[in-house]
Design a protein around this ligand. Sequence first.
Ligand code: PLP
Length: 497
Amino acid sequence: MTPDHAADPGGRTAASTGDMSPEEFRREAHRLADWIAEYFAHPEQFPVLAQVHPGEIASALPSAAPEQGDDMSAIVADFERVLVPGLTHWNHPGFFAYFAITASGPGILADLLSSALNQQAMLWRTSPAATELEAVALGWLRQMLGLPEAFEGVIYDTASVSSLHALAAAREAAVVGVREHGLSGRDMPPVSVYCSEHAHSSIDKAVILLGLGHASLRKIPADAEFRLRPDALAAAIADDRRAGRLPVAVVATVGTTSTTSVDPVPEIADICERERMWLHVDAAYGGAAALVPGWEWVMRGCDRADSVVVNPHKWLFVPFDLSAFYCRRMDVIRAAFSLVPEYLRTTDPGDVKNLMDTGIQLGRRFRSLKLWMVLRYFGQEGMRARIAEHMRLARQFAAWVDADPAFERMAPVPMSVVCFRAVPPGPGHTEAELERLNATLLDRVNASGEVFLSHTKLGGRYVLRLAVGNLRTTGQHLRRAWDLLKASAEELASGRA
Ligand code: PLP
């Protein structure tokens, strides 16, 4: 097939379709493929943390779109000149901040295909392949996580959105007529939702957005290892019932954001069953650990949850974004969200699943393609080996911290995150002094461009976090991070900084 070409004002050959010609697409795609391959061949060529000032990138770009189209060479040149310096490199092996992640090769190629195919899987008929592959790929992952078949899966963009849907379902199940009449102006008790003091802020946002009110979220105290205390949960529910409130849901976390602690899900499930409350498990990060032999325990009790979220874009090497939401009661999700206007009605058989019925979003990208390609490319064994290696590296780093009197470990290391801080020699440092010292230490090592770590607070104490999760991170990168931390801590302690 030879497309009809015509020269456009920019001197390019545009196909009569109005789009880039196939020849130009092939040329530019190869050029970008080469750029990406080079980028991954030398992932340390750029500083991991962008070294630009706020506003610098925007001010280097024109304030309006060009009147005449630009040439791809000029666009790519500006991408390299203006945008690349403003990238923080999540693919850098020295990325140890937040939760370290990886855009793996098979996932990137799947995203390319997904964009090219432009599938919009709102209805089964608008993309039978995307609809059915989503069920298949989520079924594979469900088995790897040790969840039973009773859990139906659906893909959302992020864990925040997965948990929002979980709590919307909990509200739907607990508050009669909420879909029709809402919450306001009704003669009904105020509702309560429970999570640990270490739960992710997405849970706060979900209760706010669902109209339950931020005050409805009860933050249950954690034990010394940062796990939700079931006795405190049971007491809070009893208090609320006595006060005439309606407890509707508990969110347990498998792999909390600060320390990766694992809430005692079996005990929490007992309470939820007794109290007839929805149990949602946020395993956005920690679920991946369950793939590794010996770590199945992290998902213990999750089979009794009503819903579970695991994020393949966190620790399963799928490029951002892809959140896997599993629900034992997807009928409740559908009751909350399904709404079919005439223009979307079909004559497809009744047992056909239309993804638009399982959430707020109508249009759905072909996200399952990247989950499927990543799982196929690495295989279960490959996934397990990579996650196990990250946990080994984290334990190695924790051992260095433990062996060094100038540092102190601040939490157990059940997965691949180490919480620690520098403690200069000599007695009597106040918490404020330690916070200042460690915040300065963090800024200094991050300014090196070689590593990027982040921080949190535990029990009011400022703590550094090192998270291992990038495929390219090796023992050498970890050693470099440790050497930088040690050298900077020594300089600061001796007043040389
Ligand atoms: N849950 C936990 C435990 C997290 O750590 C995070 C983010 O780090 C989230 C939820 C939110 O993830 P997302 O960015 O996919 O919304």
